[in-house]
Ligand binder design. Structure first.
Ligand SMILES: [Zn+2]
Length: 413
């Protein structure tokens, strides 16, 4: 009886603790004119209750917006006044996330490596996996702690070294935005391929060292699993709200554009550049690799984009064609393999200007010649919440693009 009460209590605690998205809808809004595109952009900037999952600059594109029940009437009225074509893409987002939180796999008998394609692994399992690889393959793999998150979680990189005398480094990270779960899942698959299938990848291991940080923002990642599925930021308190957008927190044109000064905003830039331990960790790691690191690849979701500097201005860096060549190679490899299309370009020109991003900083301040943000596919229901059954197809496809880009970088440097 007592046990039953405890179990019931536990279930109730979990149910009441997690934020419900009941009645939240995702709208898809067509932007057919420049005025409509500007209107949506203005809406995104001015209303913190609307969660713009996707907003591109190009005309004839579609924005995707998560709207809470309290905002739906006025949102729809605004759209109708402006003559937008729109539809409901997901009628009740809560129904798509019912069984989303898989408990840490370490409690189950299935080894982590067998779950990479089928589950969104938790932070502890991800670290357990990379630690295991370091033990199993000591000659080619090592794990380092490059920082500690606000809540005290070690930020661990795995270094994969085909040949210890090589000098060029690829630094890849994932999960700076907590809710983009497919990004750490993709990083894990890349790690799996580079280590456990090394013999199939000698072309991108023989003269490259890979340093991979699979979860940049573990506090936010865990929070998005346990409490609030669509959490994006870090978890350090900021005034009356919580969290900073670590990808607006880098010290390069910090806070100039597309980065909010409001602590409650999802794109809050932080109270100072590098205010977050998570962005500091990337800064410190890339600073140590200055001169060696030739390719910085940051995995995000979603929308099938390969983006490069600048994020703070529509101008292009002098060497943009070098980056474009690498990104185009990745897009072509994916297109050839599966037919999936990626849009390639500078982030300001394809999306909207946003300063303080890690890619701008890596390129400008850490002297990394090729810096790319990969916005992975949405998959399944679309958006940030592809079902676990969509992981395998997505990560295998993305890996082909990442591999092709790495090969191009290996040829160039
Ligand atoms: Zn992102």
């Amino acid at each position: 009886m007592i046990l039953k009460i405890i179990v019931l209590f536990g279930i109730l605690a979990v149910v009441t603790a997690r934020r419900s998205y009941q009645g939240y809808k995702v709208y898809e809004v067509h932007q057919n004119t420049r005025e409509q595109a500007d209107f949506l952009h203005e809406m995104e900037q001015s209303n913190e209750n609307l969660d713009f999952w996707h907003l591109a600059k190009q005309l004839n594109g579609k924005a995707q917006v998560l709207v809470p029940p309290t905002e739906q009437r006025s949102f729809v009225a605004d759209l109708m006044r402006q003559g937008f074509q729109f539809s409901v893409m997901i009628p009740d987002i809560e129904n798509t996330i019912d069984d989303y939180s898989v408990p840490p796999a370490s409690r189950k008998p299935v080894p982590v490596s067998k779950q990479i394609l089928h589950n969104y692994l938790r932070y502890l399992d991800i670290n357990e996996y990379i630690d295991e690889l370091a033990t199993k393959f000591p000659a080619s793999v090592s794990v380092n702690q490059i920082g500690t998150s606000y809540e005290g979680r070690p930020l661990k990189t795995i270094t994969i070294n085909g040949n210890r005398n090589n000098s060029s480094v690829i630094f890849m990270d994932a999960g700076i935005h907590a809710r983009e779960w497919i990004a750490p899942a993709t990083a894990l698959y890349v790690i799996n391929q580079l280590v456990e299938h090394a013999h199939e990848n000698t072309d991108i291991l023989s003269n490259l060292t890979w340093v991979i940080l699979p979860v940049v923002n573990p506090d936010g990642y865990e929070y998005s699993h346990e409490m609030e599925r669509f959490w994006r930021k870090t978890r350090k308190p900021a005034g009356k709200c919580v969290g900073t957008d670590a990808n607006r927190n880098f010290d390069f044109h910090w806070g100039e554009i597309g980065a909010s000064s409001s602590a409650c905003s999802d794109t809050y830039r932080g109270d100072a550049p590098f205010s977050e331990p998570e962005s500091q960790a990337i800064r410190n790691a890339l600073t140590k690799l200055k001169g060696q690191c030739k390719f910085y690849l940051s995995l995000h979701s979603y929308g099938n984009y390969l983006l490069y500097p600048w994020g703070y201005t529509s101008d292009l860096p002098d060497t943009w064609q070098d980056i474009d060549e690498v990104a185009q190679t990745g897009a072509a490899a994916i297109k050839r393999a599966t037919g999936a299309e990626y849009t390639v370009g500078s982030s300001t020109n394809v999306l909207y200007a946003a300063s303080g991003g890690s890619d701008d900083w890596a390129f400008a301040e850490a002297d990394v010649p090729i810096a790319i943000v990969m916005e992975l596919p949405g998959g399944g229901f679309g958006g940030f919440n592809p079902p676990a059954s969509a992981i395998e197809k997505s990560v295998k496809e993305s890996w082909l693009g990442i591999k092709a880009m790495a090969l191009k970088v290996a040829q160039k440097y």
